[in-house]
Design a protein around this ligand. Sequence first.
Ligand SMILES: CC(C)(COP(=O)(O)OP(=O)(O)OC[C@H]1O[C@@H](n2cnc3c(N)ncnc32)[C@H](O)[C@@H]1OP(=O)(O)O)[C@@H](O)C(=O)NCCC(=O)NCCS
Length: 173
Amino acid sequence: MIIGKRVILRALEKEDIKNCWKWINDPEIIKGLYMIFPMSKYEEEKWYEKSIGDDRNKYFAVEVNKKHIGNIGLHGIDWINRKAELGIMIGEKDYLNKGYGTDAIKTIVRYAFNKMNLHKIQLRVYEFNKRALKCYEKCGFKEEGVMREELFRDGKYHNAVFMSILRSEFHEI
Ligand SMILES: CC(C)(COP(=O)(O)OP(=O)(O)OC[C@H]1O[C@@H](n2cnc3c(N)ncnc32)[C@H](O)[C@@H]1OP(=O)(O)O)[C@@H](O)C(=O)NCCC(=O)NCCS
């Protein structure tokens, strides 16, 4: 387990899939994400099977007082250039906006730099996802650039912001 100040990150178990499936089909939770199609349980199970034992993707369950409230992961881990892309979803609505996302991100970033010996963590966030933007800024991520009109959602195009944090910057924080 990876221990944070307020959350614990643990391995994602097969039994967790039902929660993941519920969250990934909740329009309020996924409104800031790329996906738009409803996800079947079968697809979710396939995603889980594929991710197990894959060295390039590491997913964790986020727990608060033994309750599974969301997932966090590092995707596309590049072991040569020592970087990875961060993804996070706090799926239990009662736990949103209470600092758990911030703690989960700081915890995985610390783990990535101190234990996995990564050098850079990057991510992309759509410009309208103000809560996520604020959360990443609080964790020390800096804007690298903006990709114009990357996402079509609700009748218009939205920009994507690319952000990153380097190991040296995290240690400064
Ligand atoms: C993005 C996410 C991980 C953030 O985690 P969280 O636990 O909800 O957020 P936190 O409470 O840690 O921090 C949110 C911050 O944003 C602020 N915030 C919330 N809504 C905001 C808004 N509309 N505009 C600006 N700031 C906002 C909060 O006040 C808080 O800052 P503060 O601590 O200085 O007050 C979580 O909301 C989530 O998983 N959302 C659904 C999936 C998603 O969008 N994932 C990210 C994809 S890039």
